[in-house]
Design a protein around this ligand. Structure first.
Ligand code: FCB
Length: 447
């Protein structure tokens, strides 16, 4: 497999997100995000880990960008911390925060690396949440103001925009299971959050396009294809419900102007779905389905479903076979190929990017100060091969962003998982590229 097999205009990249890497959570006017509050709530984060420092990217970003350049990527996907660029009223601007990202974007352009900017990678201001957040339809306006102000501020220097990262995780883990910030457990909130996230996505697209001429705008979904454990009708039915709950609940409104029927009937039967559906207004689906320039897909694994999994209020990705990563997620590159083919056939997006794909494993630093993370290399290579097969079968896949550029704060899992190509010592903040970094580098720049 060669880089050139993927075509000349293919975007090779890596991805990160603000809260997971920056640290300096209370400096230069940054206000609290829901994750600042959540991480301080006892019992929410594995080992009580905190993200006050994370990778200290806030101070060390120039050093990190040198490693990025050396890696040979064309593009870098990262996110803006909304609470870093606004004040408590969500209206006043925080110039120090704005400048922090402006410097980074300009430096990336200097290094000939294309920025892919995510507006919402989960660390929304606590003040936004307190006004009702995603549950309150009126709050969509705050997000639109934020999208307007960011695209005004950076519209000339950023041309690739992502509205939301993984609405399923935001809503399901944050508002249904409560295992992520803001830690709510309410099915009706969960359904509303999904809906409002998608509307805010649709409404922000023309605003961004207006402010950032000739830019491309998309959304990032985490898609996990479900497979039945057997060919029994019950297992197949369970799989259908899973796929609608996890994937089509987002793909269908975005591409077909509707919510999928069977899972909705299933929820209504269980008494979960809100009886009052007034929160879905006429024209909402026209807004949600506003045409995007690309679909970002985050792929990590598949789920295997059996009929006894009737409770989808859990995280069904656990039923797996085959070799697993430290997260217990099955390594299943064929699932990525099939997913790409299916999404292309059913939704026909203009173009697709793999905006995240990666794995966490334990490893040791050897006596030569090297990290031989062979399993990550195998994961990366096998998933790139799956991408290549999908491209050969006609999928308009135009980029791949490995998750992650560097080890970071893995949300409710704290520092337990290491997804990076670059190792971070969370005590000294020393950076140490792993063997997987060298493998990717060699692939990208043919040493
Ligand atoms: C995705 C998130 C990303 C990271 C990876 C492992 O769900 O978008 O921030 O946590 O999982």
């Amino acid at each position: 497999m060669e880089k050139t097999d993927f075509g000349k205009d293919f975007n090779w990249g890596v991805a990160t997100s603000s809260f997971q890497i920056e640290g300096s959570n209370h400096v230069d006017g940054k206000i609290d995000s829901i994750w600042d509050v959540f991480t301080k709530t006892k019992g929410k984060i594995r080992n009580g880990d905190q993200a006050n420092d994370a990778c200290n990217h806030y101070e060390l970003w120039k050093e990190d960008f040198k490693l990025l350049k050396k890696l040979g990527v064309d593009s870098y996907r990262f996110s803006i911390s909304w609470p870093r660029v606004v004040g408590q009223d969500l209206k006043t601007k925080n110039q120090k925060g704005i400048d922090f990202y402006k410097k980074q974007i300009n430096e990336l352009l200097e290094l000939e690396i294309t920025p892919f900017l995510t507006l919402n990678h989960w660390d929304i201001p606590q003040a936004f949440f307190e006004k009702g957040g995603w549950v309150n339809r009126d709050c969509i306006n705050y997000f639109l103001e934020y999208a307007n102000f960011l695209s005004n501020e950076y519209g000339d220097i950023v041309k690739n925009w992502i509205t939301h990262n993984e609405p399923w995780v935001i809503s399901h883990l944050g508002y249904s299971l409560g295992t992520h910030a803001p830690g709510i457990k309410s099915f009706s909130d969960y359904i509303k959050v999904n809906h409002h996230l998608l509307i805010s996505h649709g409404l922000s697209i023309p605003i961004i396009r207006e402010n950032s001429k000739k830019s491309e705008v998309g959304i990032v979904l985490n898609l996990t294809p479900g497979y039945p454990e057997s060919s029994s009708p019950e297992d197949k039915e369970e799989t259908l419900i899973f796929n609608q709950f996890f994937n089509e609940w987002f793909l269908d409104p975005l591409y077909k102007k509707k919510y999928p029927k069977e899972v909705m009937d299933h929820w209504i039967k269980k008494g979960d779905f809100p009886a009052n559906t007034d929160f879905i207004k006429e024209n909402d689906f026209d807004i949600i389905a506003t045409e995007t320039d690309f679909l970002g897909i985050n792929y990590y694994s598949r789920a295997i479903l059996k009929s006894s999994d009737t409770d989808n209020n859990k995280y069904p990705i656990e039923n797996i076979s085959g070799s697993k990563t430290k997260f217990d997620w099955e390594v299943f590159p064929d699932g990525l190929e099939k997913l790409l083919l299916d999404v292309n056939e059913h939704c026909n997006p203009k173009k697709i990017y793999i905006t995240e794909n990666g794995c966490s494993y334990d490893y040791e630093i050897d006596s030569k100060n090297q990290i031989n993370d062979i399993k990550r290399i195998e994961y990366l290579e096998s998933h790139l091969l799956a991408c290549k097969r999908a491209i050969n079968k006609g999928v308009p896949l135009k980029g791949y962003f490995h998750w992650s550029f560097m080890d970071n704060f893995e949300w409710a899992e704290g520092y337990y998982h290491r997804f990076g190509l670059v190792h971070i010592d969370f005590q000294t903040f020393e950076r140490l590229p792993k063997l997987s970094y060298e493998w990717y580098r060699n692939f990208l720049i043919k040493l």
